[in-house]
Design a protein around this ligand. Structure first.
Ligand code: UT7
Length: 323
């Protein structure tokens, strides 16, 4: 008998304000054609004033709880992947706990930037498998629009805001790859690459700071490392690319997604793509894509999924799960 962390609910939230590439053209020296061809992005959502990461996360959490048919007090733990917590502390996760009116359990943030959701899923799985929690709410939520330098066209056209959430529940499996739930994961970081993607503020400067990125360099690492980690997770689960129903990648750039799945020898019709509508929402992009993929009728119970992501650190990784 093997304990598995099985997805029993999913939901997402996007701020009401949709910003098209045409609108971006009005305040940044760029074109719709450049943004589409270089990144695949057509529009993104921006949070309203006062619409914080924890509020967006709470909306997504409520949607996932409703999908699972559960109440906040049915949950043992909240793990929130974010690099844009409302405040330096307390964690945005405890704010979500308060916002939901949850009176028990524990909550904490995971910070692995764009790879945050795969780190959070892996942590949730460990809590469930070790018997410390039976039901875990795993959220990815970000307000990256607040980290943009609006004079840097190489970065400010790429990012957006939003939140997605999953409810994971402990269920017994057979120990084979036919089980539902998280089957394997693979995590990495390499701090030698910290200068490729970072925010130039924080407690060292007493300011929030702005996002800085050497895009071409990050791109080069991304395709290589994402294909490697995805294949490594599949291998740990005793599976191969041929077993995959859906790749649900971090949505940073359509060219990175295409390059990665090509290396995995998979066609694009096995990929959930939302980058055109959301832009890069960092740790929120995978749970947003999972929720949208389910709503579109792409992801169905029993499907084998691979999620993969890379971001600042560099930190990267992947999770294989059966939906
Ligand atoms: O989620 C975390 C991980 N992050 C990523 O995965 C992002 C990885 N990187 C990328 O997605 C791509 O590198 C970018 C989309 C950021 C850039 O695409 P690129 O094909 O690497 O373009 P580039 O940076 O090499 O720039 C090409 C040209 C430059 O002009 P010159 O020097 O060739 O004359 C830039 O100045 O495009 C110019 N450019 C722009 N032009 C119009 C850069 N940004 C823009 C812009 N509009 N917004």
């Amino acid at each position: 008998m093997t304990m598995r962390a099985v997805v029993i609910g999913v939901g997402h939230y996007l701020p009401a304000r949709v910003v098209s590439n045409a609108e971006i053209e009005t305040f940044v020296d760029t074109t719709d054609a450049w943004i589409r061809t270089r990144s695949g992005i057509e529009r993104r959502h921006f949070a309203a004033e006062g619409e914080t990461t924890s509020l967006m996360a709470s909306h997504a959490a409520r949607a996932a709880l409703a999908d699972a048919g559960l109440l906040p007090d049915d949950i043992d733990a909240i793990i929130l992947a974010t690099s844009t917590a409302d405040l330096t502390f307390p964690s945005a996760a405890t704010m979500v706990q308060g916002e939901l009116g949850m009176t028990r359990g524990f909550a904490f943030d995971v910070q692995a930037v764009c790879a945050g959701f795969v780190f959070a899923l892996t942590t949730a799985n460990a809590l469930i498998v070790s018997g410390q929690a039976r039901r875990v709410l795993v959220i990815g939520a970000e307000a990256f629009s607040r980290l943009m330098d609006w004079t840097d066209r190489a970065t400010c056209v790429l990012f957006g805001d939003g939140a997605g959430a999953l409810v994971l529940e402990a269920q017994t499996g057979t120990g084979t790859s036919a089980d539902r739930g998280i089957l394997a994961s693979d995590l990495h970081s390499d701090g030698r690459f910290r200068d490729l993607l970072y925010v130039d503020g924080g407690t060292s400067t007493g300011s929030t700071g702005k996002l800085r990125m050497l895009g071409k360099e990050v791109f080069r690492h991304a395709v290589e490392k994402l294909a490697q980690t995805a294949l490594a997770s599949l291998d740990k689960a005793g599976l191969t690319s041929a077993d995959v129903d859906w790749i649900v990648p971090h949505q940073a750039n359509i060219r990175i997604i295409e390059g990665t799945v090509k290396k995995m020898q998979l066609p694009m019709d096995h990929v959930v793509v939302t980058v055109q509508d959301h832009g890069n929402t960092s740790a929120a992009s995978i749970p947003l894509a999972l929720s949208v993929g389910k709503a579109r009728g792409q992801i169905k119970p029993g499907d084998l999924l691979v999620t993969e992501a890379i971001g600042g650190g560099l930190a990267w990784g992947s999770v294989v799960l059966r939906w």
